[in-house]
Design a protein around this ligand. Structure first.
Ligand code: CA
Length: 225
């Protein structure tokens, strides 16, 4: 189980990290909202502990962006504010639970266990772009009437691109997401997979959805009809 802790105060984040590691969790740290979003985009965490008070983008915004990207990882928000309005704001932004600072580590651990017991929410909503659809439940991918047979890696790449429609996904992002940190960025494995994926997705279709961003990576075009 990997937990991401997002907190700019080093003392607090390392304290939480130690406590979680004693419970046999693997912990990664992010000290800003930007860093957190970058990590969340690339890695699949089992749970996120997110402090509201962060420099530049705050926890509410991080949470909102995360949910917009359809990343449904269970999330506990840490807030120094006790006002009901802030708690509501957090839950509205997509947090699953919140804890008011100062909190006891025992309570945090209890919340973590309880949220993990509820299980990772499986994102079951179908992704759809024009006539291309991907069903996370059945792993069925269709373009128009055609059912497309993708390899496991191709499926993972397509899922990644579709959730980030209109955004450039660099080879590094795609590589780390699909192959993990062992991925060698100098190999042409991504281009080879993308080329196959493209044949299957766009092949005979007039409207090409996958676009190469020269020198950078790939994206799914932001077309809406
Ligand atoms: Ca903070």
């Amino acid at each position: 189980m990997i937990i991401l802790v997002v907190e700019d105060e080093k003392k607090i984040s390392s304290f939480i990290k130690r406590a979680l590691e004693m419970e046999k969790f693997t912990v990664e740290l992010a000290s800003s909202g930007e860093e957190a979003l970058e990590k969340m985009e690339i890695n699949d965490y089992d749970l996120i502990i997110l402090d509201v008070m962060l420099p530049s983008i705050d926890g509410f915004e991080v949470c909102q962006k995360l949910r917009q990207m359809k990343i449904d990882t269970p999330l506990i928000m840490l807030t120094a504010k006790t006002q009901v309005a802030d708690r509501i704001k957090g839950l509205d932004a997509g947090a699953d639970d919140y804890l008011t600072k100062p909190f006891s580590i025992a309570e945090l651990l209890a919340r973590v266990r309880s949220l993990l017991r509820r299980g990772k929410k499986v994102i079951t909503a179908k992704l759809k772009i024009l006539n291309l659809s991907l069903d996370p439940k059945s792993h069925e991918v269709r373009r128009g009437k055609n059912n497309l047979a993708l390899t496991a890696k191709e499926y993972k790449i397509l899922d990644f691109l579709m959730r980030r429609q209109g955004e450039v996904c660099t080879r590094n992002m795609i590589g780390e997401h699909t192959w993990g940190y062992n991925f060698n960025p100098l190999s042409n494995v991504i281009d080879a997979h993308l080329s196959n994926l493209r044949k299957k997705i766009d092949g005979q279709n007039k409207i090409k959805l996958i676009e190469t961003v020269r020198g950078n990576g790939y994206k799914i075009k932001n077309i809406k009809f």
